[in-house]
Design a protein around this ligand. Structure first.
Ligand code: CTP
Ligand code: CA
Length: 221
């Protein structure tokens, strides 16, 4: 009799992910950042490794353990995250941008601690590079998946990001719903491709990660 063993869904696939927030220095003791625990990105990295993928996880500052079998690269700023992603991009089949990347950084971070003086102060900010859009603009490009955390008009903004950044898929979550998304253990996602929408109802982030990776693996092939 013949024996058939189903290959794990992501066997032989190389996956690069970003997770967590970035930190943009204002001076040696202060920074600008975003709310992000890194839980969704770490759940995706863990689930992808369990599904047989070779996983590289570029993470901003978070307080999470490295998932088993995952190569982790720690960074702080958006520019460092950009550099780490670009250095590891060749040969990746899938890129998932899960990080809450700071859109702006201080134009000129101070070399020493800024002392308070006036009642108001102004901080000049400059735009950070868009990691996800830069990945999606490469040739050849990996199957590129973005996230969109929105407080309103979720579908419209998600579809706009899918098209504008030339993504293959975008997973949108409504961060105005208490207990879901930011820092929470659970999340719900609306996943858009050019062909339509899949709803992944609220559940824990590891279950959601498994469902999203299954969607990616099936849609990609
Ligand atoms: N992203 C990125 N690099 C940036 C900004 C965002 O890689 N400099 C990625 C995020 O990891 C996420 C996706 O882009 O996968 C969408 O992030 P989001 O902040 O929702 O989109 P923006 O294009 O920055 O638009 P806005 O903040 O104005 O909604
Ligand atoms: Ca943003």
């Amino acid at each position: 009799a013949e024996h058939f063993f189903a290959a794990p869904l992501l066997q032989g696939q190389k996956i690069l992910l970003t997770a967590g927030p970035t930190r943009e220095a204002i001076d040696p003791v202060r920074y600008i950042s975003n709310h992000s625990s890194g839980k969704m990105g770490f759940a995706l990295a863990s689930a992808a490794a369990s599904m047989g993928a070779t996983v590289t996880l570029v993470s901003g500052p978070v307080t999470l353990p490295t998932p088993t079998g995952v190569q982790r690269i720690d960074v702080e700023s958006a520019q460092q995250m950009f550099d780490a992603v670009m250095a590891h991009l060749p040969e990746q089949q899938i890129f998932i941008g899960c990080a809450a990347v700071a859109d702006y950084r201080a134009a000129t971070p101070a070399a020493s601690k800024i002392k308070k003086s006036q009642d108001t102060m102004q901080l000049q900010l400059v735009r950070n590079p868009d990691i996800l859009a830069t990945v999606a603009a490469q040739t050849p490009k990996p199957f590129t998946v973005g996230f969109a955390a929105e407080t309103h008009d979720l579908e419209q903004y998600a579809l706009d990001k899918l098209q504008r950044k030339h993504l293959d898929m975008i997973a949108a979550n409504d961060v105005s719903v208490a207990g879901l998304g930011f820092n929470a253990d659970d999340n719900a996602l609306k996943v858009f491709t050019k062909d339509g929408c899949h709803e992944l109802p609220a559940t824990d982030k590891l279950s959601l990660a498994n469902q999203l990776l299954t969607l990616i693996a099936n849609y990609k092939n």
